[in-house]
Design a protein around this ligand. Structure first.
Ligand SMILES: Cc1cc2nc3c(=O)[nH]c(=O)nc-3n(C[C@H](O)[C@H](O)[C@H](O)COP(=O)(O)O)c2cc1C
Length: 420
């Protein structure tokens, strides 16, 4: 996106973000969400040179939380989602900043819960190695438990702000938090009153067995990337079953699958847009991004290596093997890297606005997902084209709102209020 001729401005300017946020709000989207990671990937060949020179996925990123604080003032209804890692923050950091964002946005905050990905991130925090995959989720479980305790430490109405009587708050409405667990010891309460949504909407994107178990326990929305309807359905069916097994209603966890649409006046024009976009991505950055995401150096393997052979290789760690197998063993490494270069594996859709709307409706109606993550090829044009050309067709199909009905993100997502 950074080198696409239609991308306006660059990521260091506030207007870059404000333009997209306004387009999304005019297009009645549920939320704008920012991914985040801490480090420039250097897994491929032990070097960050290629990532920096040609722009691999994490070569640059501003911290999304200040960006969202700025966007609070630029928008009125749009949900605002921020990624925060349970591996490198403490629960109180996330509880305070997200409660603040929820207050300032009057109930539009969401937290994308991630466990972080690679050793380069760990080294920024004094760790030689990133914490092992399943242990990260053990820590994340306890992290979320504590964040929830902190967010509910103020009862609704405990803040009085009674100037006449000189009463700030009702101390009886502010509960102690006393947590002693395997990973954390936290004594509270928070010094922030209960926020408009009670807490931010909880989002997650785990795809492994352990990641799904975590998501089924906590997430109210799950981001996923799958290449076709059968894979989308299998994922959604599995997660919904696990959500129910956790004693939650399946509707309380929305599965949102990612797509990257290219929209044209004709199918041929849309295809040309996609091809122009994909030609801008340097072929090697796909392999660099793949290596960073899987925390594994793929430089020793030839592009025509079959994924199943890499997975079975004695040097390949089990978590990497599991991931490779889940990505589809029919591909070779070069083909997989190409999908990371062009869209980080997000399926690309091409067509006119009506055709894209039909494709989305089909995936949705066939039980592939509860909604979509629209991944932009360029900014803000991809969102603007979607809002102008696809949304009216989805509205006609009865699948898209015609106006915001609520004010909070929970309401946009149809999640219903939390119990106090
Ligand atoms: C749409 C989407 C967005 C994601 N955003 C982030 C992110 O911002 N930061 C991050 O560290 N991981 C991010 N991830 C990765 C997931 O949190 C997760 O680690 C990954 O899907 C692998 O699943 P697993 O952890 O269960 O193995 C994202 C994944 C998806 C599908």
């Amino acid at each position: 996106a950074w080198r696409h001729p239609e991308t306006q401005g660059n990521f260091l300017e506030p207007e870059y973000y404000a333009r997209s946020a306004k387009v999304l709000e005019e297009g009645l989207f549920d939320l704008l969400f920012f991914a985040d990671r801490f480090a420039i990937g250097d897994q491929l060949g032990g070097s960050r040179e290629l990532a920096l020179r040609h722009g691999a996925q994490d070569a640059t990123r501003l911290d999304p939380l200040p960006i969202l604080s700025y966007l609070v003032g630029q928008t009125r209804r749009l949900g605002l989602g921020v990624t925060r890692s349970t591996t490198y923050y403490e629960p109180v950091h996330v509880a305070r900043s997200l409660a603040t964002l929820d207050h300032l946005s009057r109930g539009r905050a969401a937290w994308n819960i991630v466990t972080s990905m690679n050793d380069s991130e760990g080294r920024l925090f004094g760790k030689d190695r990133h914490l092992e995959h399943d242990l990260r989720y053990d820590r994340a479980d306890e992290f979320v438990e504590i964040a929830l305790k902190l967010w509910s430490s103020w009862a609704p109405g405990a803040l009085k702000l009674d100037r006449e009587q000189g009463i700030l708050a009702d101390p009886a409405g502010v509960r102690d938090v006393a947590h002693r667990g395997e990973w954390f010891r936290v004594e509270g309460p928070l010094n922030i009153p209960r926020s408009p949504q009670g807490r931010p909407v909880l989002i997650q994107a785990g795809s492994s067995g352990r990641g799904r178990r975590f998501g089924a326990r906590w997430a109210e929305a799950i981001f996923s990337i799958h290449g076709n309807l059968p894979a989308m359905r299998a994922f959604r069916d599995d997660v919904r079953q696990q959500v129910v097994a956790q004693g939650r209603a399946a509707e309380q966890c929305k599965i949102l699958t990612a797509v990257m649409p290219f929209i044209g006046g004709s199918e041929a024009e849309a295809r040309a847009k996609r091809d122009r976009h994909n030609a801008l991505a340097h072929p090697q950055i796909g392999l660099a991004t793949l290596s960073a995401q899987l925390n594994f150096d793929f430089s020793a393997f030839a592009p025509d290596s079959r994924l199943e052979n890499i997975a079975a290789h004695p040097e390949t760690p089990p978590a990497v093997a599991e991931k490779l197998r889940s990505l589809g063993v029919s591909l070779n490494l070069g083909e997989l890297a190409q999908t990371f270069a062009s869209s980080v594996r997000v399926p690309q859709l091409v067509g006119t606005g009506a055709q894209i709307a039909e494709q989305l409706a089909e995936l949705f109606n066939a039980g592939g997902c509860d909604g979509f993550v629209i991944s932009p090829g360029y900014l803000p044009g991809s969102f603007a084209e979607f809002a102008e050309s696809v949304v009216p067709h989805l509205q006609r199909l009865g699948l898209y709102r015609r106006a915001y009905e609520g004010t909070t993100l929970r309401e946009h997502l149809g999640l219903g209020p939390l119990e106090a």
